[in-house]
Design a protein around this ligand. Structure first.
Ligand code: HEC
Length: 88
């Protein structure tokens, strides 16, 4: 019993710390705007066409296509596509 308590004293704060660190990381991502995510991700492989280069329907399709290439989450993709569509 004493052993279990000793283990818990060390493991619990670690688990809570990891949990908090994880939720902070996702908070950071969700604070980024579509324009930021676009700037950080969409120029890694090619020059990014201007938001005005495609219409809203095309951006939705391109978003799905490039989500796979850029390895973005659904939320990040939604923000980037909304940013790109805002120019039209
Ligand atoms: C890992 C590399 C990579 C990243 C990151 C990337 N692209 Fe692409 N992109 C490509 C390649 C390769 C093509 C050529 C078409 C193909 O084979 O998919 C392309 C083509 C395109 C095209 C031409 C139309 C099309 O769908 O083929 C557009 C527009 C585009 N990318 C926009 C974006 C946007 C917006 C982002 C950010 C969300 C992005 N790309 C991120 C590799 C990338």
């Amino acid at each position: 019993m004493k052993r279990i308590k000793t283990i818990l004293i060390f493991v619990l704060p670690l688990a809570v710390g990891l949990f908090l660190a994880g939720s902070c990381a996702s908070a950071r991502v969700s604070m980024k705007t579509g324009a930021q995510l676009w700037g950080e991700n969409c120029m890694r492989c090619h020059n990014t066409p201007s938001p005005a280069a495609y219409n809203n329907v095309d951006w939705a399709t391109i978003g799905l296509h490039m989500r796979v290439r850029a390895n973005l989450t659904a939320e990040e993709t939604r923000k980037v596509v909304e940013f790109l569509q805002s120019a039209n």
